[in-house]
Design a binder for this molecule. Sequence first.
Ligand code: GLN
Length: 256
Amino acid sequence: MVNVCIITGFGINSDYESKYAFELAGADIVNRVHVNDLINKKENLENYNILMFPGGFAFADDLGSGRVLANKFRYNLREDLTNFINADKLIFGVCNGFQVLVKMGVLPELDGVQYQQEVSLIGNASGLFEGRWVQLKPLKSPCVWTHDYKHNLEVPVRHGEGQFVVKDKKTLEKLWERNLVPFVYDPDEYPNNPNGSIDGIAAICNDSGHIFGMMPHPECHLNKYQHPKWTRGKIPAENGLKIFKNAVEYIRKKQI
Ligand SMILES: NC(=O)CC[C@H](N)C(=O)O
């Protein structure tokens, strides 16, 4: 069985699209689960094998996007999350969800999960909220979620704090040495790189390829009708649905 837990509550707004993406991808159970229901034990992560943090404005981006929700998990659900990660299950964070994962310190977890932040996503270099479709180039990586992308992926961005930064040069070197960057903005220049991320980094994964985060929204490009040029231009060969299908097929094969 492929059972997906999609975190919701407190200003998250891409949970329904994310649920639909996993249903299209063939998951068996896809539940939107309020973070408080996990904390109050009304729900339990051990009933799931895929966990997604969707986009939105959790806690209205107070203290910086993703910070409060990251702390809610880090200080109330650390044991459950660690068990989930150690069971080789899959975790995905999109936009606000990506911000949560890096600020919780579980991505990229270069020296094992220690809940210590190693990278961040800060205010866009433009100082503006950026919203548009962008091109991403897939790169070789262990990422389960981006397996077998052969063409540039076109997906929308909509964020104010998407600038990927690292705590030091060593961290950046490790990300490249270990191929932990599954997507870069291509071309790596504004406006296609909407936020000024270092090296055009749009997404990162951990060494196992099970934990993955990206700023653009693949759940908003699941079919050609969502693409802005579907009535009058060339539709890209691949869309965001493949990310969700890769995850569902991985779990089904591994029966985790
Ligand atoms: N669409 C989103 O998830 C936005 C993330 C975050 N609120 C930001 O503005 O950067």
